[in-house]
Design a protein around this ligand. Structure first.
Ligand SMILES: [Zn+2]
Length: 245
């Protein structure tokens, strides 16, 4: 029987619902702006897309809390004559995990759904069955009849993310696409929100940063670290449960 119902924080679920493949991160940035912006004494956005929320700007030392707002994604690179969409990866994917998922493609006309596919097992030889397909051997099927039909719905350069929304397992265990790093965004953002509400202000200047483009080279973390030049920095990201029981 499920445990008693649990309502997760709205800030976290809004972050998880926002789609933010690296370089196309405006949905998650908007959520961070909405929740963290009003709590900060100074709230800045830089050219790369980093969000910098400063509390107690005269404080000393300078403490930087960093997390990234982007997530893994796919980017459409080619459409074949049959209307299947070929793609490249945004960020470091495990290729074996790509086929067989529903995806949401964000287009200029709104979001459309598709399914990632590869050659069916019935059509594979024994050697093919043993290997992981290459990126060019996978596609997204949006149910288009032809190339021109597909290109009326999507454009080259549109991005896609998996259609795995937030759900609770067994009452209290959260599952969703991109907990990496919406969990970090929530923790860092919520820290600023709670510090801003606290009666006793910290002696330190605290700068919470929602960094851009982490999955493709830790880009925003690098530039924002130079911008802030902190005495102490803590990066919050996901890790692996490697402890033995
Ligand atoms: Zn991460």
């Amino acid at each position: 029987m499920a445990k008693s119902s649990y309502t997760p924080p709205q800030f976290l679920t809004d972050l998880l619902a926002a789609r933010s493949p690296s370089g196309d991160e405006f949905e998650t940035q908007a959520v961070f702006d909405q929740y963290v912006g009003p709590a900060a004494d100074i709230y800045r956005k830089d050219a790369l897309g980093n969000r910098l929320a400063t509390l107690n700007p005269e404080g000393d030392p300078v403490l930087m809390l960093a997390e990234h707002l982007d997530e893994l994604g796919l980017i459409i690179t080619y459409v074949n004559e049959q209307g299947f969409l070929y793609f490249n990866t945004i960020g470091g994917h495990d290729k074996i995990m790509i086929p067989g998922h529903r995806v949401i493609i964000r287009t200029t006309a709104g979001s459309i759904k598709g399914i990632t596919g590869k050659r069916a097992i019935h059509l594979m030889n024994p050697e093919d069955c043993k290997r992981v397909p290459e990126i060019h051997e996978m596609w997204i099927d949006i149910g288009a009849k032809s190339k021109s039909d597909a290109l009326q719905r999507v454009s080259i350069g549109d991005t896609a993310t998996y259609d795995h929304e937030f759900e609770l397992l067994h009452g209290t265990i959260g599952t969703a696409r991109a907990f990496d790093n919406k969990a970090g965004a929530y923790i860092v953002g919520e820290t600023i929100i709670r510090l801003a509400r606290a009666k006793k202000k910290p002696a330190a200047q605290v700068v919470a940063v929602g960094t851009a483009q982490e999955e493709i080279g830790v880009r925003g973390a690098t530039t924002s670290s130079y911008a802030i030049d902190p005495h102490i920095a803590i990066a919050v990201d996901v890790g692996h449960a490697t402890e033995s029981s």
